[in-house]
Design a protein around this ligand. Structure first.
Ligand code: HEM
Length: 413
């Protein structure tokens, strides 16, 4: 991979970490232990990929600081991504945009993302989960939770959100997985795969926008197409939102659903508490996201050459506010490696970012995670993880396998 050397005209002593080493690739407990000493003081460390921000306050500060951007250009450059379709699509994303360009598109779609839109889909999500868990009833000894639930739900919901046929869900899941290569540890074949995925996804979404123009509904695309017809936004703004939503909603939520299931299985007393007090589900989801995040880091780059915590940096340097570390900073979350669905959160866990680019779809993701838990609690007395495999540590976890066995509740068996 291409590394991102940080300029050091000012010599500042900051700790070094090796993000490729075993300690960052064998589960979050070891990764958190490996950065614990660096969370005091400026709260940063240097790694081969850039600057790691590992303290909660420092990570929250840089995520909200508008002198820094998501750094998509630096991210694509560092991966040798030169394809026109990839660069055109990814640099246009809502979270890659700045200033007026960002504000116009965000203002146009924000009313639709309000929580009432999320509540309108809750019933559908719950029905789908019930029917999928019905299918699972005969596989209690070995159930493919990843294929049966986690990978299926977010892509199906995305189809509903943009007014696509629900049968497009496998295509959406595939396109999203390929596009998410920009957030994976870099590999030589990624630029070509990304170019194909960006071309196909753009064509798919443009075709869908045209269909929604002819047959409007109450979906996000119809809402945006109407705003375009009123002259408030253009087609690039529409793509900025829906392409971003496709890539940002599908694999992120799949991974988080798997991380939640894995963490609860490892903490059966917390599962039992939820069985007794299911009203705790919404707070439990926030705690599960804090404790076992699917997305480990986000990225930032400075707009101009500047100094960051004593380091001279340029727009080519990539800074990684590390969610896995910030969410486990003992200065904010007492005894952070204890999963406790009753604990207060003095500050919000950073999974959904913060500030002007804070996640627009968080209500949808939260309701998906909540409904998955509720469906499991309704149908299963207990469950165990038979096999779990995740790749992508330090960037964004990609579940490769999650197989469980479960004991159905007596009403179900
Ligand atoms: C567990 C699931 C999710 C996680 C962890 C997540 C995380 C994030 C984060 C960290 C950001 C801010 C990026 C930055 O500042 O660099 C963001 C932005 C965004 N997310 Fe999510 N997200 C999730 C689910 C969703 C869903 C379900 C949707 C849509 C239905 C969505 C749509 C968006 C959009 C459109 C933005 C861009 C907002 C802007 O730039 O103004 N996300 N998300």
């Amino acid at each position: 991979m291409t590394t991102q050397p940080v300029s050091t005209t000012t010599e500042v002593l900051i700790p070094q970490i090796d993000w490729q080493s075993e300690e960052f690739h064998s589960g979050i407990d070891r990764a958190v232990a490996a950065i614990a000493d660096h969370q005091r003081g400026p709260g940063i460390a240097r790694s081969q990929r850039g600057i790691e921000v590992v303290a909660y306050e420092a990570a929250a500060e840089i995520v909200k600081n508008t002198d820094f951007t998501l750094g998509m250009a630096a991210r694509l450059d560092s991966r040798g991504v030169e394809g026109t379709a990839t660069r055109g699509a990814f640099l246009n994303f809502l979270f890659s945009r700045d200033g007026q360009e960002h504000l116009r598109a965000r203002k146009a779609c924000a009313p639709w993302f309000a929580s009432s839109s999320a509540e309108r889909v809750r019933g559908h999500v719950s029905e789908w989960l019930d029917s999928w868990l019905d299918e699972a009833a005969s596989q209690s000894n070995d159930y493919d939770f990843l294929g049966g639930i986690a990978n299926r739900l977010p892509s199906t919901l995305f189809c509903l959100l943009v007014g696509a046929p629900l049968t497009d869900a496998p295509l959406v899941a595939h396109l999203s997985q390929e596009c998410m290569l920009t957030s994976a540890p870099p590999q030589p074949d990624h630029p070509d795969r990304l170019e194909i995925a960006a071309t196909l996804t753009t064509a798919y979404l443009l075709g869908l926008a045209e269909l929604r123009r002819q047959q409007p509904g109450d979906d996000l695309l119809s809402f945006l197409v109407a705003a375009q017809d009123r002259g408030e936004i253009d087609l690039d703004d529409i793509l900025a939102v829906v392409f971003n939503a496709l890539v940002g909603s599908t694999d992120t939520t799949s991974a988080q659903i798997c991380c939640n299931a894995e963490a609860l299985a490892a903490n059966p007393e917390q599962w039992q508490l939820l069985k007794q007090e299911p009203d705790r589900v919404p707070h439990a989801v926030t705690e599960l996201m804090r404790y076992n995040p699917g997305a480990w880091s986000i990225t930032r780059s400075s707009r101009t050459a500047t100094t960051y915590k004593g380091l001279d940096i340029t727009p080519d340097d990539i800074i990684f506010p590390d969610i896995f570390a910030a969410n486990n900073d003992p200065a904010v979350f007492e005894d952070p490696r204890r999963l406790d669905i009753t604990r207060p959160h003095p500050k919000p866990p950073l999974n959904f970012g913060a500030g002007v680019h804070g996640c627009l779809g968080r209500m949808f993701s939260l309701l998906e995670q909540e409904e998955v838990l509720r469906a499991m609690l309704r149908r299963w007395d207990s469950y165990e993880v038979l096999e779990a495999e995740f790749t992508g540590a330090m960037f964004f976890l990609v579940p490769q396998k999650l197989r469980v066995s479960f004991t159905a509740t007596s009403a179900q068996s």
